[in-house]
Design a binder for this molecule. Structure first.
Ligand code: NAP
Length: 238
């Protein structure tokens, strides 16, 4: 079955920016598949948006798991026959919990774990779902990155997170290049510092402000930007 309604997947959507991006995309009329590695949390999040009258359904997805990614692809193929938007939002930020805020104390295992979610997870899910975009010559992929990844302004602290998001930006460029001319636009975004579990209570931005550029990139018109890095709807340096 193929639906005419646009279908969007958001990863790590049970809370924070992923949850808010799901809400805003559904408000724009998208059929949103809200995914979460935790079934109970994901279902509860989807129910909350359904109670707001939004077209949101839940499907499990652990981005570190091949089988989970393949099952999501099968579900979308059967239910909708295509995919229009993928927001690669799920990420972990564990440097300070693992005692390695200095690069000299960073544990290789922390880097491995962080790369597994923040980079390999994005590659795995994108590989699983890309066929559902290619078959219709339409797709918008938004990789949620961070200013902490900017090489031109690289600081210290949270080293494994920084490395992972810089690698994610490289993946954005590679994907965009390989998809050139296919009407599948791939961009990285820095949401700014946002009040979520990850951003903490002192962050100046609300989740709604944080997802503005994510949603803008997810809904770019044909011929829109690809292979870019954006904050506040403006290109920023790598
Ligand atoms: P958050 O509140 O910590 O939420 C992270 C989400 O990712 C949670 O839903 C979490 O699920 C999910 N997740 C983690 N590992 C996963 C896995 N293996 N499979 C599926 N889901 C997984 O973070 P946030 O602030 O909303 O951040 C969203 C994105 O924005 C991230 O990419 C982050 O790096 C980026 N970002 C955030 C800020 C900020 O200030 N908040 C700034 C720059 C960039 P669980 O609930 O199961 O843990």
């Amino acid at each position: 079955m193929t639906t005419t309604q646009k279908v969007a997947v958001v990863t790590g959507a049970n809370r924070g920016l992923g949850f808010e991006a799901s809400r805003q995309l559904a408000k724009k009329g998208y059929q949103v598949i809200l995914t979460s590695r935790d079934e109970a949390k994901g279902k509860a999040a989807a129910q909350k948006l359904q109670a707001e009258g939004l077209n949101v359904i839940f499907h499990p997805l652990d981005v570190t798991n091949d089988e989970s990614s393949q099952k999501l692809a099968e579900f979308i193929r059967e239910q909708f026959g295509k995919l229009d938007v993928l927001v690669n939002n799920a990420a972990i930020y564990i440097d300070s919990q693992t005692g390695g805020n200095s690069v000299f104390d960073a544990k290789i295992d922390t880097l491995r774990q962080t790369m597994e979610t923040n980079v390999y997870g994005v590659l795995r899910v994108t590989q699983a779902l890309i066929g559902l975009m290619q078959k219709q010559n339409y797709g918008r992929i938004v990789n949620v990155s961070s200013g902490a990844a900017q090489l031109t302004d690289m600081g210290s602290g949270v080293p494994t997170y920084r490395i992972s998001k810089t690698a994610l930006n490289a993946l954005t460029r590679i994907l965009a290049n390989e998809l050139q001319g296919k009407n599948i636009l791939v961009n990285s975004v820095c949401p700014g510092w946002v009040k979520t579990d990850m951003g903490g209570p002192n962050a100046p931005r609300t989740p709604e402000q944080g997802v503005d550029t994510i949603v803008w990139l997810a809904t770019l018109p044909d011929g829109g930007a690809t292979g870019g890095f954006f904050r506040d709807r403006q290109p920023i340096d790598w």
